[in-house]
Unconditional design. Sequence first.
Length: 395
Amino acid sequence: MAEYLFVTCQAGMESLVKAEYMAQVPAARLAFSRRGLVTFKLPDGTTATADLAPRGILPRTFGTSLVTVQTPLPPTSSPASEKAPNRLGAREFMSLLQDVTRFGDATSTSHLIEQTVAAAEQTQMGPWNGVHVWVRDGLMPATNWSRIPNVELPLGWQRFCLHLTEALRAKNLVPANVRANENAEMGQRILDLCLVEPTQIIVGQHQVQHRFQRWSGGVIPPVPAAVPPISRAYFKIREAVSWSGLDLRPGQTCVEIGSAPGGSCQWLLEQDLKVIGIDPAEIDPVIANHPNFTHIRRRGREVKRHDIKQCDWLLSDANLPPNYVLDTIEDLVRHPLIRPKGLVLTLKLPDTKLLEHWHDWTQRVASWGFTQTVGRQLVFNRQEVCLVATKPRRS
């Protein structure tokens, strides 16, 4: 029997993910897709092994798709849902999840839970070590980063996850003490339940082999911030460091080009790092007045090398074309005074065709001595990607 692979990505990147995977596995066939989600039928007689795992920087997470379940949508007066009863846009989707009277307690939702648990049981693939319940397009944090500090998911969604997990535990499909969407451990087998539409779920599974597969839907879990984050860059750097596993240590010095208004600097300062922000624009007063922050009001190419010679980590989030950013970084790291352990670069994509140059970009960075390079389109990225590079550790 043929196996199916699900791949999630940033909404709008589906066509690129399809093309990339079909080039990687020519015998695969497109099976089903929605905004932010693509599935493939794998070649007969093959399994979703590491060799068939999607490569590249666009996949958010992936796994084996086992079965799809669906129930009718509950009655609603929403004009959008009248036009397409089982396919809602992101705004309507979020509205539905917020409304506890229509989601989480609805009769049709109870039926969806029952069918989902029955389908998972019938696969005879369980029990699993944990369960990830997530939305393919609607709960994605990049949609509205400002709500993340509250760490409050819609009440209807919370109830749905709770009831679904309880039903799975009752059938011994997951451990008795497991809760939905806990961070998984490397090597664990996780049951994936992706809400594709308000009453449609793809039942899948994955074995955790990458850091991002520890997170439900490949989305880094939100955490409360002591002070409201200044900008989306706060979440971008947190995600970049967590996904790549960078070994940032208290007391080290981070230098960021394009730091205004100071979002990523804010997170780095919270980690007890020293931060030098390079930007001609104003920095938020909360950051500017921090004792471990230094503001150099210059552009990246204008900075004096002596001022950043203590750099342990070099970051860039400048709103400039990728080649200009790489030119600036190269000019710095080739100077004998500048010896960072690693780079975290946000590369803007005014046109997604620029991704054709990704290999050239990584090869160029590697030529500077950063031979370990990885890339990913972060959840908190918009039309941009993140490149992280480090030098080999000395034995």
